[in-house]
Ligand binder design. Structure first.
Ligand code: BGC
Length: 438
């Protein structure tokens, strides 16, 4: 069994320099996270735009008009078609991450990223110009296919290209892009919702074309990873790329390691079957457990429902903007902290610290809300200071996620899988990440 991507602490630290070329390459590739982030940030806001609901989900719109009490807000979205609208994307991402495994093994990581961008672009256009619900849903399917391909290939790409010493930091660029995508989408939603004429939702949904073009065009500029080139028999190209990205001429040691990993991988006829082999049980367990617990930490409950929560606890006017900027801003900044610290403090420390921080904050938020709202969920008038305490706990929770399980959920799986199962295991990682969002 060949090892995962070698790195700090693995005893396999090959010669490399931190060159502008590798920095720019990783920065461009990282932007692949924008499409996932943009989607997470945009969907909830669009569903609360009246003109959107009226056009596509009139029954939900009528219910909302009839009963606007905040505590029953969630039930208003109880519609099968609306459910289909949200879930179709994650369902498509779930399945396409498996197709992405074959594509990225046979045609390369770069091609898989390009495909992700193109599919997402098609989905954004369909959604932006939608005239009927079926167009929305087909558009969401395309967006999901795009996300499946991008989330599969970008973390692998970054881990394979980045210099070992800084691999954590470079890989977290992907999560940083996700958080920037969420923040930008939330702010845009807020602005577009205020537009006269009721077609702001078209701009919100169609705006996804921008991050899609960034990843599609960006991928054309990127070099293929040496691992993928060797895997596809292009050894000379791989050596040249390795010299360029490492900024040194003598790359023999690393090159030979990659060649032997690739030979081991070639001997594996059925990577999926292999994943079930005894030797790979720990990898499979991590491919499932890391994304599972990342999602179980509850971040998306905060991401999707923060505006409602903020409104409920008393930030009446502009609750959605305040919550977007506050939680979204903390999310971006704390991710940057982890870029700084991940290769210094280590993955294990961050997993533990972030997990404990999130647990304490969620317990505190639950107690604060439980005390004031009672069992029936009817809020008392909350004093301002009380609301601020709740928001502070939410922010510390988001920070805990953003410097630990958020980025590590993409980084650690992408670096621990040996080449022979890397693509297949990454599909498992992406698909498990999507399940709670369905
Ligand atoms: C998770 C998403 C989450 C986002 C928040 C990502 O790592 O996979 O589900 O919404 O982080 O920043």
């Amino acid at each position: 069994m060949a090892g995962g991507v070698p790195g700090p602490g693995s005893g396999k630290e090959y010669q490399s320099n931190l060159t502008p070329y590798v920095i720019v390459t990783c920065a461009i590739a990282s932007m692949g996270g924008l499409i996932f982030g943009y989607d997470i940030g945009i969907s909830g806001g669009v569903m609360s735009m009246e003109s959107f609901l009226k056009k596509f989900f009139p029954s939900v719109y009528r219910k909302q008009k009839a009963d606007v009490s905040t505590t029953q807000f969630y039930c208003l979205f109880d519609s099968v078609t609306l459910q289909l609208f949200t879930s179709s994307l994650y369902l498509a991402a779930f399945f396409s991450s498996f197709a992405a495994s074959t594509v990225s093994t046979k045609l390369g990581r770069k091609f898989s990223m390009l495909l992700g961008g193109v599919l997402f672009c098609a989905g954004a256009l369909l959604n932006g110009f939608s005239q009927a619900v079926w167009m929305l849903i087909v558009g969401r399917l395309f967006l999901g296919f795009g996300i499946g391909f991008a989330n599969h290939s970008v973390p692998l790409y970054l881990s394979e290209i980045a210099p070992y010493k800084y691999r954590g930091a470079f890989n977290i660029g992907f999560q940083l892009s996700i958080t920037i995508g969420i923040l930008v989408a939330n702010v845009l939603n807020y602005c577009f919702a205020k537009m006269k004429g009721g077609w702001g939702w078209r701009l919100s949904l169609g705006g996804a074309v921008v991050p899609a073009l960034i990843i599609a065009l960006g991928s054309l500029l990127l070099p293929e990873t040496p691992n993928s080139l060797i895997e596809r028999g292009k050894k000379n190209d791989a050596r040249v790329t390795l010299q360029r990205i490492r900024g040194v001429l003598n790359v023999d040691q690393e090159f030979h390691m990659l060649v032997s990993a690739s030979e081991a991988s070639r001997r594996v006829e059925h990577p999926w079957q292999n994943l079930l082999h005894r030797d790979y049980k720990p990898h499979l367990a991590m491919a499932i457990a890391i994304p599972f617990f990342q999602q179980l930490a509850g971040i998306n409950a905060i991401m999707f429902y923060a505006p409602i929560l903020f409104k409920t606890i008393g930030f009446e006017a502009d609750a959605s903007l305040i919550s977007a900027v506050v939680t979204g801003g903390v999310n971006v900044l704390a991710t940057a902290v982890s870029i700084y610290g991940v290769d210094k403090w280590g993955r294990r420390f961050l997993f533990l610290e972030g997990g404990i921080q999130m647990l304490i904050c969620l317990i505190a938020v639950a107690i604060c809300i439980g005390v004031k709202f009672g069992a029936d969920g009817n809020p008392e008038e909350l004093p301002k200071w009380y609301a601020i305490v709740v928001v502070a706990f939410i922010c510390v929770y988001v920070a805990g996620f953003a410097w630990s399980w958020g980025p590590l959920g993409w980084l650690v799986p992408s670096e621990i899988f040996p080449l022979e199962i890397r693509s297949a295991a990454q599909s498992v990682n992406v698909s498990v990440n999507m399940i709670p969002l369905l």
